[in-house]
Design a protein around this ligand. Sequence first.
Ligand SMILES: *Cc1c(COP(=O)(O)O)cnc(C)c1O
Length: 373
Amino acid sequence: MLDKTTDGIESSRGLTFVRQSHPRPVDANERTRLLENPGFGRVFTDHMVTIRYNEADGWHDARVEPRAPFQMDASSAVLHYAQEIFEGMKAYRLADGGTALFRPEANARRFRSSARRMAMAELPEELFLDSIRELVRADIDWIPTIPGGSLYLRPFMIASEVFLGVKPSSEYLYAVIASSVGAYFKGGAPAVTLWVSEEYTRAAPGGTGAAKCGGNYATSLVAQAEAIRQGCDQVLFLDAAERRWIEELGGMNIFFVFDDGSLATPPLTGTILPGITRDSIITMARDMGLTVREEPYAIDQCRADAESGRLREAFACGTAAVVAPIGQMKMRSGDFMIGSGGPGQTTQRMLAALTNIQRGNAPDPHGWLDRLD
Ligand SMILES: *Cc1c(COP(=O)(O)O)cnc(C)c1O
């Protein structure tokens, strides 16, 4: 497996993209109409990127082509054993009219580590970055100009070998699609309510919790459905061993803000997805002179701290929603409110600080923006 991976990286150096423009792109007026209120994940652009991998040729056949259905054999490995990984990132229109990605090299690195965990071929980071830039350039007119709008990019990779044996696939299809999206929460972020899942867990030690693989989402859906039935917005998962330590939401990391102004978030022990938003917030908060602890936090302690007033705020974070205030938690043993139940000051400060960097409205001391023009 290692040798094959190395081959893949070597043979991909200098891979050039074949560019094939869409013969019938969406009409400009229709696109303008779609971009006025795109929602999330429903409006797709004209093009996609595909790159193939096999053991003989390594990474090859890189294309920017019209977005179209895949032709796929019913025996393709991904359809049976779920060897699949993905990423989520955004291209932003900047205040000065330019376009930028946010920390894309972090997504490239995480995509490789997800691949390693799922025994898949590792896409070289430069090729990942090239693929993203190629697609954004091809579909640059699809970046919405509405407040909070962006072009959501979805790189993913599937096991494409036609074989029913249970083993790592010898062939992969990597692709990138793009979706024009509006602000995740219209009119500012409302506080969400979390259902604390005491029955289902998301990830176990030694499992795939730190990999961005579709399977993690598949197993979280029954818990998310339970959260909705309980009148909540999202599910909060506890650790698999003790059902005691707070881990994260189905697709977002979590932060807590205390009465002494400090922040805390669960540590990356292998069962939590290492969010790029999480990492950015830790860095920004420390830049502001705030204390941030990466430490385990028990749900009982969380409830006690919320009731005593020591815990003032909580928020979830991720690329899609950026920062989502948490107003309330519900669990079998009862409900409790966090702070006032509405968006807290530090939460709003973090949201503003991050979006200001992403939109080019504030200095970028860590060089997080990757400008395309
Ligand atoms: C993608 C994801 C996150 C957030 O990661 P970002 O890089 O901040 O977008 C958090 N938790 C899970 C389970 C995820 O899949």
